[in-house]
Design a protein around this ligand. Structure first.
Ligand code: MLT
Length: 347
């Protein structure tokens, strides 16, 4: 199978096979980050631009590290240091950046749909690194990858997503990814933060934390997105924490081998107790590690389509591709040879 998407804008619209293909590609990349020299020449000579209009620690550094581990040149631009300050529109900024011929533009923006708008310019592949309350597709992929790593197949597993569902792009992307792969999803939170329209995706809704956690395989805690809340959705933070903070006691309702996820940044004591966040069931830092592999996979799949086609022709003509004198000392692997990942077939 090849990945035929030109842009990576969301989980919505991706088939089960496409999701599995990206996940399997990411799993093949994970091993590179375990090497002493964490670098392969796969994207040598390509430039990846990270354009971030919102603050970010994990996602931005993860995309940058992913690009660098593939030997691409990574350029970071944040709105606070760009011409946005001088009144330039997003489209003008994007047109100018694309004129410098990057291989891909990674965009984080507070407006839902901003990456879709850039994709319409169709000047280079656009990757959504989180758009408003809409989607955060690479986060969902790294979450699913982490769940698969611990629980095996996603099919038939029950995953609870707890907290501020209404404002969470992480929740939306995860609901789509998990249900496409056959998981049961339970949304848990105060009624004001649980949009009823989400029921159309076949998810359960719970307003009682303990009842919602009964027998679940994985729990994904969400941050209260206070920067997006336009009114009071609950009486006080204390009240919220009393009802929805994941404590050791609440955890007892879940399956004995449950895993705990959080996209970060965490508000300890509000949505998650430190004893849970740092406890034996937490896979929160593994999510961060897997994030690099997922972003390597997405960058690779979006920026090598053309070359893969060329490679097919060259191979047909008996020529080696991409083997000319590399200055990167790396162990040989599928990535060094610019081949389609060995494991990227089926689940
Ligand atoms: C996001 O960008 O949506 C984060 O990863 C989650 C959060 O901000 O709470």
């Amino acid at each position: 199978m090849t990945f035929s998407q030109r842009h990576f804008l969301g989980i919505e619209g991706l088939s089960r096979d496409e999701l599995l293909f990206v996940l399997n590609t990411a799993e093949s990349f994970r091993e590179i980050s375990e090497r002493e020299v964490k670098k392969v020449p796969t994207l040598r000579g390509k430039t990846i631009i990270n354009l971030f209009y919102e603050s970010s620690t994990r996602t931005r550094s993860s995309f940058e590290i992913a690009a660098k581990r593939l030997s691409a040149d990574a350029i970071n631009i944040s709105a606070s240091t760009s011409s946005v300050n001088k009144g330039e529109t997003l489209m003008d900024t994007a047109r100018n950046l694309c004129a410098m011929r990057p291989a891909a533009l990674v965009l984080r923006h507070p407006a839902s749909g901003a990456p879709h708008l850039l994709a319409r310019l169709n000047q280079c592949p656009v990757i959504n690194a989180g758009d408003g309350t809409h989607e955060h597709p690479t986060q969902a992929l790294l979450d699913v990858m982490t769940i698969r790593e611990h629980l095996g197949d996603i099919y038939g597993k029950t995953v609870a997503i707890v907290g501020d569902i209404l404002h969470s792009r992480v929740a939306r992307s995860n609901i789509l990814a998990l249900t496409t792969l056959g998981a049961q999803v339970r949304l848990i939170g105060p009624p004001t933060l649980l949009p009823p329209e989400f029921s159309r995706w076949g998810v359960e809704r719970h307003t009682d934390l303990r009842a919602g956690l009964a027998g679940v395989d994985a729990i994904m805690m969400l941050r209260l997105q206070r920067e997006r809340q336009t009114r009071n959705f609950f009486p006080s933070l204390d009240e919220y924490a009393r009802r929805f903070c994941l404590t050791v006691e609440a955890l007892k309702e879940a399956k004995p081998n449950v895993i705990i996820l959080h996209p970060g940044p965490m508000n300890r004591g509000v949505e998650i107790d430190s004893r849970v966040a740092d406890g034996p069931y937490s896979v929160i830092l593994e999510q961060v590690t897997n994030g690099v592999a997922v972003r390597m996979a997405v960058l690779y799949l979006l920026t090598t389509q053309e070359r893969l086609a060329t490679q097919d022709q060259s191979v047909a003509h008996g020529q080696a591709v991409g083997q000319e004198g590399s200055d990167v000392q790396a162990e040989p692997s599928a990535w060094d040879e610019h081949t389609v990942p060995k494991r990227a077939v089926g689940q």
